[in-house]
Design a protein around this ligand. Structure first.
Ligand code: SF4
Length: 288
């Protein structure tokens, strides 16, 4: 697939025609901050929101509405003739669309897929509407806290992987011939989000997606900082109970599964991430 990279001052037909076609047939993944914002906008608890509208363990928004455009199902939040029912809480993917965001060598680029501007296919009328720069579009869509959340949760992913590394490399687990932890990491890299969610189990999935933060703020920095502390405390508590290599391996695999699952919610390439982690573990003495 050809990717067109954009400059922030590039002018494009980015004013929405509000036809709603981009709310059909898409795959929208949600990180924990986005689940929180959705739930606030929907006036539901995050858990009730996921029960009704989440799939693949909760990180994917259901698209089970009417098939009113080109036979593709509408998003569960789309209301015919009205549009998005949770506009204020919509996630980054929806705020960016038709743009995407790609990070390369720690620099973010705004892109669209293909060589023709995507809206022109379903909404050629956008050509008649006022044009915007990419920067103005991003600002108008209030993307800043959501971009912050996306980038900061990627750091949480790496922090989880670091804990898994510590459990593997600093406990004697890596030297054990009986405990083929890296092989389990490799197997997980091929698992679907549903498989990973099942492996993680309800209790830890809740800690990962639905942090129990009292009066949770809509400020992304506060929310993620508190979530991160709660996650670390829960893992530390579990570490304090470990008594043998079996239990260490169980926790090591669980924490890496959580890292992979959270990465999936951010749209990261989990196969590439897992390969990188596996190679690093092997270089540091873990058995393949
Ligand atoms: S969340 Fe709202 S904007 Fe995003 S796809 Fe669903 S209906 Fe459309």
């Amino acid at each position: 697939m050809t990717i067109t990279r954009l400059e922030l001052d590039q002018i494009l037909p980015l004013t929405c025609s509000r036809s709603g076609i981009c709310c059909h047939g898409k795959q929208v993944y949600l990180n924990p901050y986005e689940i929180h914002c959705f739930a606030v906008a929907k006036k539901l608890t995050p858990s009730a929101f996921l029960d009704q509208y989440g799939e693949q363990g909760g990180i994917k928004l259901k698209f089970n509405g009417s098939t009113s455009w080109r036979g593709m199902a509408a998003c569960s939040q789309y209301v015919e003739g009205f549009g998005c029912s949770v506009h204020a809480g919509r996630p980054l993917a929806c705020r960016l669309y038709p743009l995407g965001r790609q990070i390369e060598h720690e620099k973010a680029y705004y892109i669209f897929e293909g060589t023709q501007f995507p809206c022109l296919d379903g909404c050629p009328e956008v050509e008649q509407l006022p044009k915007l720069t990419v920067a103005d579009y991003l600002q108008g869509q209030k993307t800043e806290p959501f971009i912050y959340a996306q980038d900061t949760y990627l750091e949480v992913v790496q922090a989880l992987a670091d804990i898994a590394f510590m459990l593997l490399l600093e406990t004697g687990l890596a030297e054990s011939t009986e405990h083929k932890t890296v092989a389990l990491w490799r197997a997980m890299s091929h698992e679907t989000p549903d498989d990973l969610a099942q492996r993680i189990g309800e209790e830890w999935l809740e800690k990962l997606l639905l942090p129990n933060i009292e009066n949770a703020s809509e400020n992304a920095a506060d929310f993620i900082q508190q979530h991160s502390i709660l996650l670390q405390e829960a893992i530390q508590k579990q570490c304090d109970t470990l008594q043998n290599l079996d239990q260490i391996q169980e926790l090591c695999v669980l924490v890496l599964a959580m890292a992979l699952y959270l990465a999936r919610s951010l749209g990261a390439d989990t196969k590439q991430l897992a390969d990188h982690w596996i190679n690093t573990a092997i270089q540091n003495g873990a058995k393949a």
